[in-house]
Design a protein around this ligand. Sequence first.
Ligand code: NAP
Length: 478
Amino acid sequence: MAEPRRVAIIGAGPSGIFAAQALLNHPGIQIDLFDRLPTPYGLLRYGVAPDHTSIKGMGVALARVFDSPDVRFLGNVELGRDVTREELLGAYDAVIYAAGAAEDAEMAVPGENLPGSQSARSFVAWYSGHPDAVPFRLTGVRSVVTVGVGNVAVDVSRILCKSVAELTPTDMPDAVLNELRGHEVRDVWVVGRRGPEHASFTTTELRELLTLPEVQPVVHDDLDGLDVTTLDRRPRANIEAMRAAKQRDVPDASMRLHLLFWHRPVEIRGNRRVSGITLERTALDADGRLIGTGEDRTVECELVLRAIGYRATPLPGVPFDEARGVIPNRSGRVVNACGEVAPREYAVGWIKRGPTGVIGTNKSDAAETVAALAEDLEDEEMSRPGWGDTAPLEAVDELLRRKGLTPTSYADWMRIDAAETALGGRYGRARTKIATWDELLDIARGPGSVSSRRGGGGAQGGQHGGVDGGVHGGQPGG
Ligand code: NAP
């Protein structure tokens, strides 16, 4: 019987797991799913909003992949910090990079680094209980401006607008619920640099935001002049949702949710911390390019959350297209700086195509990459040993042992899962997230263990877009 092929997947988020699922359709392949975190599921666990339980439910389907004896989870192992690309290529027939998009785009305006100016990602990481998250303090925050009109902006705004009673059934850590319980935010602004017809949020998410109980929506733009008949379905439905919101009167509102389009940030104001944001009115020129009109307005706020898109972090030694923020690839096959295919290396998910689409988009994306990989495995030229070179593959477990690595396994994750479920159960919740490295590792290793997080920080930040590496630190608001 032919020796099984070994494939390493770097990043055990949805895109990595979808790749593993697709690989299982090809018999004779053993798959190791690595993650820098001790837990699997990536963005599903640390990016999907905790109150979106139906999307979170996708975890049940993703978990099935670990039922296969051919799939292992190896957590707390980071490419670059613990293992190198070369070591992986020496131990596996193929490596699939599924590390997501761990960085934020920047606004590049003065004051962007003032305390109180944060990435939406860091806010998401905090309320999702990511172990790298830096706690937010909302004391003294009465007005929040979210820059960007995509689904991330909607998520963070909705979490701020919802009552703690509505958020209690979620898996948010207790410390997060406690902070949200006392907050005094009264105004949440969502600001788009182009028009309402250009917003990238989806209608279901927008509608949910605009119909929250006790929240008065305030749509600042005049939508009457907009001819929706020329628009595609989603922008048309978005405009209809905004028109309906304009009619909505919420007499008992405790908060206001402002939508403001055609404004771009030009400065975050404040001395020692954020006190406001200056926005310039924008328009499109004759060529459809966004231009400033020179007409400014300032919105007072104590917290600015930029939700203007994510960027992948380059992986050490792996080709990277700085301009596009992705691993250059052809149908998932990694392409080097000379434009040639780098044998045995593949990419899936956001690091392959950029931070677009919903979780399910990664399924077809992974199918494309795995089809390319499977085709390459069939190639006689690529047959073992070593796909052209002569060295046999190093035993993976030997490699890890030699490096002193004791990855967390799927069984370890099951212990964390059980502990979180038990913690939630104490207060009638389905789950309460455990949010520190030490606790996660102690539970993973079992009673009497000594937690050890190898290194710290690391080149990848987060292998699937969960957090911005916890580099923010201003208070309040982070
Ligand atoms: P996004 O959809 O790409 O939205 C980014 C927003 O930021 C756009 O409105 C963009 O405006 C704006 N922007 C970019 N650069 C800017 C700048 N310098 N100044 C001001 N505004 C700027 O990204 P996202 O919201 O981060 O979402 C990422 C992906 O995750 C999306 O595919 C999203 O659908 C998905 N997601 C889905 C869900 C869900 O399904 N519930 C939840 C969260 C995220 P322009 O259009 O003018 O560039």
